[in-house]
Ligand binder design. Structure first.
Ligand code: ACM
Length: 462
């Protein structure tokens, strides 16, 4: 019988009372604006459920908690038996961090609209509330922009891809691509909003933009060169030409992004710009100012801290938490995105069968043990990253993200006093069965299934 000790992320307070409540049960919902933002309170008696919610998000989270209390079968797409019940008692709950994000890179490997919607469901089931959708990069451009159709007709696909990570010229010879129409994106935004998830789009400038340059070579450093959407992984040294006409081009792109995404925060990238000049800094500053003039807060990776004269931004501190401290000292808001802890494309173990092992070793316990090193009031929250150079299918994304994203959800939501030895059995015995019921192909705790290995693809551990 599932009880309150099975919940993930762990709530702030619970108290059990005798009895069980048949499920599904009537849920009486009332507004409780006195609760902390996104908070909720559940009172479960044998006769039914009262849900008090601070706001719309609080109601979503209260209902997610009820689903967990009803047991793993409540996560199936259809009911397979009657007789589900809830334990009676009271749950009081609210999140520790306001920004509980996950970046999904749909540029390196496109994820279909249906796959993105499913990913939103998985975020909401973990009480995560931001999907940072990385829509453009050197290897692909995924958002239709009516003024510039070649961004998707040319930039939306590449002729070939590197398999795994290596220095050689080998490619798979298989075209890869896809993009979202405006209607697709409006649908994703609305679907996410009804699950208390904000979609924060990212258009990466002035680096990570070769797909745009392939579509419109005048945007690049050499308009006469034979550009193509990049078929390699890594950091490209080909940057946008920081001319006024390129800035204008991207103002138009961002105006379309603003029309589609109501998010108060819009991400402009700004990471990994080798050989950048002061002109590239001006480029970022002008795009940031444009977003501010349209009433949105620009978000950039911590490299932009080198640029003078930026408006107040939201900084994704990925190189270190210290970068987050610096950002806060400079008057920016901060989301901690630590590559050292929260990059879920990085390898999960030293197991000899770990598929395409890249990056640092980030075990489940490492992710669970992450504790933000920043206490500034500027800290908005934390974000996990799912970059997809080596995740070429939704099955590979499931494997990389779960169950580490379940551990991250608790870092983001629950009170700070975490104990991995308490978490692990709760995950194993109660939460993995929920993921099974949802059809999530997570990494088993003792190593990959044979069909999850990738002996065909080299990795590059750090
Ligand atoms: C990043 O990993 N380049 C933000």
């Amino acid at each position: 019988m599932p009880g309150f000790d099975t919940l993930l992320p762990r709530p702030v307070s619970v108290s059990a009372t005798p009895g069980r409540c048949p499920w599904p049960a009537p849920v009486s919902v009332s507004a409780a604006p006195e609760l902390p933002a996104e908070g909720y309170r559940l009172e479960i008696t044998p006769d039914g459920v009262t849900l008090s919610a601070a706001d719309a998000a609080g109601e979503v989270y209260g209902r997610q908690t009820l689903r967990q209390l009803a047991g793993p079968d409540a996560f199936r797409a259809a009911s397979i038996h009657s007789g589900l019940t809830l334990p009676c008692g009271v749950v009081g709950d609210h999140p520790r961090h306001g920004w509980r994000g996950c970046l999904l890179d749909v540029a390196r490997h496109f994820r279909t609209k249906a796959e993105v919607l499913r990913f939103v469901d998985l975020l909401a089931a973990h009480k995560l509330n931001v999907l940072n959708l990385h829509l453009t990069d050197d290897q692909g451009w995924r958002i239709e922009v009516p003024a510039y159709p070649r961004l998707t007709s040319v930039g939306g696909w590449r002729r070939s891809s590197m398999v795994g990570r290596h220095d050689g010229p080998e490619r798979d010879g298989r075209p890869h691509g896809g993009f979202y129409t405006t209607e697709d994106l409006r649908e994703i935004v609305a679907y996410a909003a009804s699950r208390a998830v904000t979609v924060v789009p990212e258009i990466d400038v002035p680096g990570h933009a070769r797909a745009a340059i392939a579509a419109y070579p005048k945007l690049g450093p050499d308009p006469d060169a034979d550009w193509e959407v990049w078929t390699s992984w890594g950091i490209s040294t080909s940057l946008l030409d920081p001319s006024e006409s390129t800035v204008d081009f991207f103002r138009t792109v961002f105006d379309h992004v603003l029309d589609v995404f109501p998010s108060p925060v819009i991400a402009l990238g700004g990471d990994e710009v080798p050989g950048a000049t002061g002109e590239h800094g001006r480029f970022v500053r002008e795009i940031a100012a444009h977003l501010v003039s349209r009433g949105r807060q620009p978000m950039g990776w911590d490299e932009v801290l080198e640029i003078e004269g930026l408006p107040s931004m939201l900084i994704g501190a990925w190189q270190s938490d210290t970068a987050g401290e610096r950002a806060a000292a400079l008057g920016h808001d901060v989301v901690l995105c630590s590559e050292e802890h929260l990059y879920l494309d990085h390898r999960q173990s030293d197991h000899p069968d770990e598929p395409i092992p890249v990056g640092y070793l980030h075990t489940l316990e490492d992710v669970y043990g992450y504790e933000p090193a920043l206490t500034s009031p500027r800290l908005r929250g934390v974000q996990a990253q799912v970059w997809t150079e080596h995740l070429d299918s939704a099955r590979r994304v499931d494997y990389a993200a779960f169950p580490r994203l379940s551990a991250f959800a608790e870092v983001a939501w629950s009170p700070a006093d975490r104990d991995f030895t308490e978490f692990l059995p709760r995950l194993r015995d109660h939460h993995l069965p929920r993921l099974d019921a949802l059809g999530v192909e997570y990494r088993p705790l003792d190593g990959p299934h044979p069909w999850q290995t990738r002996p065909d693809a080299p990795g590059r551990p750090r």
